[in-house]
Design a protein around this ligand. Structure first.
Ligand code: AFP
Length: 328
């Protein structure tokens, strides 16, 4: 089934999906089809390497970061029910049309972009919120909603296949791009993360910098079958959150990017609004959990568009253990 047909047939709360939301989801998917082609061409069209600019986070922007951001904005700006766009790559949100409309979108246009030049999977992550008062002009504060308010979230991973994974709050479904027709085809419905796992993903080189509860958790995993966990664990780290979380959704596991003491005032590396919230929404919809150590990520009330957060998500049993280790 094509994505368009899927959206038409969907009946999440016993009601058809509003036309505006269908338009928005189709617009994102179409922009991502274009991005998938650009990513695949890479060096053939001079798209590898740095753009020579920095983003609001002070990170070096790759050429494809800038291009992906522009492509998404250009396609999404044509959606009549969209009031505003916020992007990890832009300091301030953009008003769409008159700034009046039902929806707001936030995205990380190209997550894992330091992997572009080495041909490792990267992706686009998006989060859709309702604008609480659709008839008033957009204000930056309109975006300040907890992740639990998301009406839809998803990502497209540009890997060996281009895959769209999304949730409208009633489970998580997966589509694969047919590059010959440019259509996303429904492949899997009701993705489910097993509660137990033997696989974790974390940047182990930071072990000495983590807080004690995270060090304890990882050290116990590393102790294997003779340690307190009484089982051997496997480790994976792609360094593209989108690809690491995709693996967790496909075969289970835990993904973590915790706070570390090198920058004690920074809650974490990953961004709440563009990365943690949409991924937490998907993971919970697939039966997993997502916390910052002590709090459910989707309950965090944002105070700034670009705020960062510590992230631990995936298999329920492991996240419960991490939560217990963080108790005072
Ligand atoms: P880039 O977009 O700069 O490559 O960062 C990717 C990311 O935000 C996230 O996708 C990864 O999980 C994480 O950073 C990797 O960070 P480390 O390089 O510190 O492992």
């Amino acid at each position: 089934m094509h994505l368009k047909q899927y959206l038409t047939d969907l009946n999440p709360q016993g009601q058809p999906l509003p036309d505006g939301l269908q338009d928005l989801l189709l617009a994102i998917s179409q922009a991502c089809v274009g991005l998938s082609q650009l990513v695949a061409q890479g060096p053939l069209i001079g798209l590898l390497g740095s753009a020579g600019t920095g983003n609001v986070q002070g990170e070096v922007q790759q050429k494809l970061d800038v291009l992906a951001n522009d492509a998404l904005i250009s396609r999404l700006s044509a959606c009549s029910t969209l009031a505003g766009i916020a992007s990890e790559e832009m300091e301030l949100p953009i008003t769409v049309g008159s700034g009046r409309g039902d929806y707001l979108i936030l995205f990380d246009p190209l997550d894992g972009s330091s992997n572009i030049d080495v041909n490792v999977s990267i992706g686009t992550i998006f989060s859709i919120l309702k604008k609480l008062n659709p008839s008033t002009p957009l204000e930056p504060n309109d975006f300040m909603q907890a992740g639990s308010q998301q009406v839809a979230a998803g990502y497209v991973v540009y890997g060996p296949q281009t895959t769209l994974v999304m949730s409208l709050g009633a489970g998580v479904d997966l589509f694969t791009l047919d590059p010959l027709t440019g259509d996303f085809i429904l492949i899997k419905q009701g993705i489910c993360i097993p509660q137990a796992t033997k696989e974790f993903a974390i940047n182990m080189s930071n072990l000495r910098h983590w807080a004690k509860p995270v060090q304890r958790y990882i050290e116990e995993c590393l102790a294997g079958v003779t340690g307190v966990r009484q089982k051997d664990f496997n480790m994976r780290w792609i360094a593209s959150m989108v690809a690491d979380v995709h693996r967790v959704l496909m075969r289970g596991g835990v993904f973590m990017y915790p706070w570390d003491q090198r920058e004690p005032n920074k809650p974490g590396k990953l961004r709440l609004m563009y990365e943690a919230n949409p991924m937490a929404f998907l993971v919970e919809q697939a039966g997993g959990q997502a916390i910052n150590g002590t709090q459910r990520i989707l309950d965090i009330e944002p105070t700034a568009l670009h705020q960062r957060v510590s992230v631990m998500l995936g298999a329920g049993e492991e996240i419960e253990l991490l939560r217990a280790y963080h108790l005072p």
